[in-house]
Design a binder for this molecule. Structure first.
Ligand SMILES: [Zn+2]
Length: 151
């Protein structure tokens, strides 16, 4: 079954992970695009609210020295990268736009270990031995299931 009437997958993140919400977008990408539209139309006071929501205090002062459009651009990138990075990766793998190598799996595991409160890159260079053991399909399955923990 197709993901939506018109599309095989979300036109923004390329994944079928979330249900179709509208305009070819999944529920996640739809809410991000709504947020970005609000940001685009925000005046200076409203922009402060976006900063409170998305920017840590030390970075806020740096941002304030930029002109308003640059501020918006930076906040936009942060909104997208915080909310969408791993979903986009999921979609790229799911729709065969990128191949999964063992380094990609290490990177995902490192992110999972950071979420678990470990700061170092625990898995870097730890999986090289497995590289010859897994074929592409097997690596893909591992990566997709690991990414689900980060989405
Ligand atoms: Zn999406």
């Amino acid at each position: 079954m197709k993901w939506s009437i018109k599309n095989e997958y979300c036109i923004s993140c390329n994944s079928t992970y979330y249900k179709h919400k509208g305009k070819g977008l999944c529920s996640k990408c739809y809410s991000i695009s709504t947020e970005i539209k609000k940001l685009d139309n925000a005046n200076e006071n409203e922009l402060d609210n976006f900063m409170l929501k998305y920017i840590s205090s030390p970075d806020k002062n740096k941002l304030k020295s930029l002109d308003i459009n640059m501020q918006k651009e930076k906040i936009k990138n942060i909104i997208i990268s915080k909310k969408l990075k791993y979903l986009i990766q999921y979609g790229q793998i799911e729709s065969n736009k990128i191949k999964v190598d063992i380094v990609k799996i290490e990177t995902i595991l490192n992110e999972i270990s950071r979420r678990a409160g470990r700061k170092n890159n625990l898995y870097t260079n730890r999986l090289l031995k497995f590289d010859t053991r897994f074929n592409n399909e097997q690596r893909e399955i591992i990566a997709l299931y690991l990414l689900k923990m980060l989405i």
